[in-house]
Design a protein around this ligand. Structure first.
Ligand code: BG6
Length: 301
């Protein structure tokens, strides 16, 4: 169904327009509207604010995504945890520090355009928005796996090419960051944002976390495998159309500086972000599109 500009997005309107078994709409935290998925195979949540996935739990598993108990849920502010969409820039704006970090996509309400059922008992949602001159379409499939696909298009009448950065900034729940490892980036160089953005050679080893970690790996199209011995589980983040992967844990001092991140929450999360940032930024010419996808799956060890 193609949304009309005047379509309201109250839970009641959405229930009427998208009547699917296993899907409902409600006002969640801060009164913001969210879709709630609950089927035989999966439970999940997505806020229209930022098209932000805040929960994903295939049955038989604990929550895969991490959410901060200190997160703010307010129009114009980002949600802390889940899967924020960073777009059209990553981190601080390159030339104007009055603009919001990680771009505007996570700060605005997206339009729910369509919903469908999958044979595996999963539910798909498609959301869209416009940012600057870019048209964005985001497919989210809640199933045994969480499949996320962000398509960015530049209209055919665009006067000039345009460049953007993007990230699906996935916060994953872990038992204790000091016990987990991330494999898949052993042969990739990286920029170490903790160490003055120094370029570092590939380490040849899986990543372990003895302290604050903030790294942009590129070029890499490899999947990452997060092993969590205490939870006896492995989370895999596979991807397509992405040439960089960001790995982040703020540790003690940085999390204490973030008002929407609890001071003692840092051991319970790690971000493995499917991205195109820095040297992997994407240039589109008029009429072109680019698609980036992440697939998150979980298995028992
Ligand atoms: C990560 C960045 O992707 O996001 C970090 O690499 C940053 O440098 C983190 O601190 C969180 O950003 P924000 O804007 O959500 O606080």
């Amino acid at each position: 169904m193609t949304p009309n500009p005047g379509d309201a997005q109250t839970p009641e309107d959405l229930k009427e327009r998208f009547c699917f078994r296993g899907l409902t709409f409600e006002r969640g935290s801060g009164g913001l509207v969210r879709a709630v998925v609950s089927t035989d195979s999966v439970t999940g949540e997505l806020y229209l604010h930022g098209a932000h996935v805040t929960a994903f739990r295939p049955h038989g598993h604990e929550s895969v995504l991490w959410m901060s108990a200190a997160s703010v849920f307010e129009p114009g502010k980002p949600i802390r945890g889940g899967v924020p969409i960073c777009f059209p820039w990553f981190g601080p704006h390159p030339s104007d520090n009055t603009l919001p970090g990680h771009g505007r996509a996570r700060l605005q309400e997206w339009t729910l355009a369509s919903v469908w059922n999958f044979d595996d008992g999963g539910i798909g949602l498609q959301l869209q928005t416009v940012i600057d001159n870019f048209e964005l379409s985001y497919h989210v499939h809640f199933g045994r796996r969480l499949e996320l696909e962000l398509r960015v298009s530049l209209p055919s009448d665009a006067a000039s090419p345009a460049i953007f950065e993007e990230a699906l900034h996935t916060y994953l729940a872990v038992s204790d960051i000091r016990q987990v490892r991330v494999a898949g980036l052993e042969s990739s160089e990286f920029i170490d944002k903790v160490g003055n953005a120094a370029s570092m050679p590939a380490t040849g080893e899986p990543i372990e976390f003895p302290g604050e970690t903030d790294r942009v790996y590129a070029p890499t199209s490899s999947p990452c495998v997060l092993t969590d011995p205490e939870k006896c589980r492995t989370i895999t983040v596979a991807k397509a159309g992405s040439q960089s992967t960001v790995v982040w844990n703020p540790w003690i001092a940085k999390s204490a500086r973030m008002p929407d991140f609890g001071d003692h929450e840092w051991p319970g999360m790690v971000c493995i972000e499917t991205a195109n940032v820095g040297a992997s930024a994407v240039t589109l010419h008029a009429g072109q599109s680019h698609t980036m996808a992440a697939v998150i799956s979980v298995s028992h060890n």
